[in-house]
Design a protein around this ligand. Structure first.
Ligand code: C5P
Length: 402
């Protein structure tokens, strides 16, 4: 379960409870599982544990104040709220729960919880009488009703000598529950085939024609589909990013290689995601030896590569097909036309050029589904991938019911 934390950005908020001494252990476990962690502390949290400790274990500067000029210049609170894939408050005091339940954003941590679009979880820790108090219980109900996850608390002996509910659950359990936030199960039992990255079309033994695709979007979709419960195969052109774990990866070089790999495999799959930026043309003749520059100009004769997604679209039966359209102008019209031409169920359109989309970490897309069209704001590719996988799963299921 905990493998779902790899590459996730976790914002850990610490509030003023004696249980704050367990927070560094939470950070350590999160990092061991591959998560990147940033810590925000309230004033009272600093009475129990020092920011220096948290800085050392997280490997990042600790965020302490809402209106700190230096901190805001480095990473402002809105940027920090956007950065997070999940926000975890552990330990969360009765006071913090009360302020959050009432939407009071009077310090950095409450502001971050309200400014973020990521899921928020709290792990309460307090004296048993405070936990049982009607006001705390009412705040707890409000938080749950507002879709805030509550981890624990558990019962037992407390630092103040009381025995009862209000103990922070163990760091190992907190981390396990957090990882489950990333498991949606929306593609459970499905097989997904994904193409990613660019292709290299050889000119001679040392030169090739290619494009600026980094593979980031396809790889992020592969990870997100796996987290949604799918069994995933990734067919990737030459990229320099690390291969995702627990995913079958086939490395190819040219469009023809990619075409062959896809056509060999695709009949076993429920969903095909064509994310690769496939070279449209290849050299008609590839020089056996390196071409020398003894002429002032040279001609390359190119011929068309097969259209991979189009060929999958011609199959019968065929999987549910999702394509990408990277365009520099008339993005939406071009995308819709392409979807019809290539017999795709969904197409995701993005504007490229001027540094947008290709190779970048962020992407801005419009999704054309079977019945609806949705434009999404600029989003990190990893987070966008999770949103897209959820949308694709919904469209896939609704097509099955048609
Ligand atoms: O026609 P265009 O290249 O813009 O179409 C983009 C979509 O088609 C993408 O989903 C891309 O992966 C797919 N494609 C393909 N094989 C090609 C060219 C594009 O699968 N030869």
């Amino acid at each position: 379960m905990t493998r779902y934390l790899a590459n996730k950005r976790i914002l850990l908020g610490i509030t003023g409870s004696i249980a704050a001494y367990k927070s560094p252990e939470i950070v350590r476990r999160l990092r061991e599982l591959g998560a990147e962690v940033r810590v925000a502390m309230t004033e009272n949290a600093k009475r129990f544990i020092t920011p220096l400790t948290l800085q050392a274990v997280s490997g990042n500067p600790v965020h302490e104040e809402l209106f700190d000029l230096h901190a805001e210049a480095a990473m402002g609170h809105i940027e920090l709220a956007r950065w997070a894939d999940a926000v975890l408050i552990a330990p969360a005091t009765a006071d913090f729960m009360a302020r959050l339940a009432n939407g009071i954003a009077d310090d950095l941590l409450t502001t971050l919880c309200i400014a973020t679009q990521a899921p928020v979880a709290v792990a309460p820790a307090m004296n048993q009488a405070m936990w049982k108090h009607m006001l705390t219980q009412e705040n707890l109900r409000t938080l749950k009703a507002r879709n805030i996850q509550v981890f624990g608390p558990t019962e037992g002996s407390q630092a103040c000598g009381d025995v009862g509910p209000g103990r922070l659950i163990e760091p190992v359990e907190i981390v396990e529950l957090l990882s489950r936030l990333f498991m949606t199960g929306s593609m459970s039992g499905l097989k997904v085939l994904i193409t990613a990255g660019p292709t290299h079309e050889a000119i001679d033994p040392v030169r090739f024609i290619t494009n600026g695709s980094s593979g980031k979007m396809g790889f992020a979709l592969a990870e997100a589909a796996r987290e949604a419960g799918a069994s995933v195969t990734l067919v990737s052109g030459p990229v320099s990013i690390p291969k995702p774990q627990h995913i079958e990866c086939l490395s190819v070089v040219s469009a023809l290689d990619m075409y062959e790999a896809v056509m060999r495999k695709v009949s076993d799959y429920d969903i095909f995601l064509a994310v690769a930026a496939v070279g449209d043309y290849r050299c008609k003749v590839v020089a056996e030896q390196k071409i020398h520059k003894d002429q002032s100009a040279m001609m390359l004769e190119l011929e068309r590569n097969p259209d991979i997604v189009g060929s999958v679209g011609d199959l019968s039966p065929r999987p549910f097909i999702v394509g990408f359209a990277a365009e520099t102008e008339n993005v939406l019209e071009q995308a819709e036309a392409k979807r019809k031409r290539k017999n795709m169920d969904m197409i995701i359109a993005n504007h490229v050029g001027g540094g947008a989309a290709m190779g970048a970490d962020e992407n801005t897309v419009t999704v054309f589904g079977l019945k609806r069209t949705v434009s999404l704001p600029p989003t990190l590719k990893t987070r966008l991938a999770r949103q897209l996988i959820e949308m694709i799963a919904i469209e896939y299921q609704s097509k099955q019911k048609m």
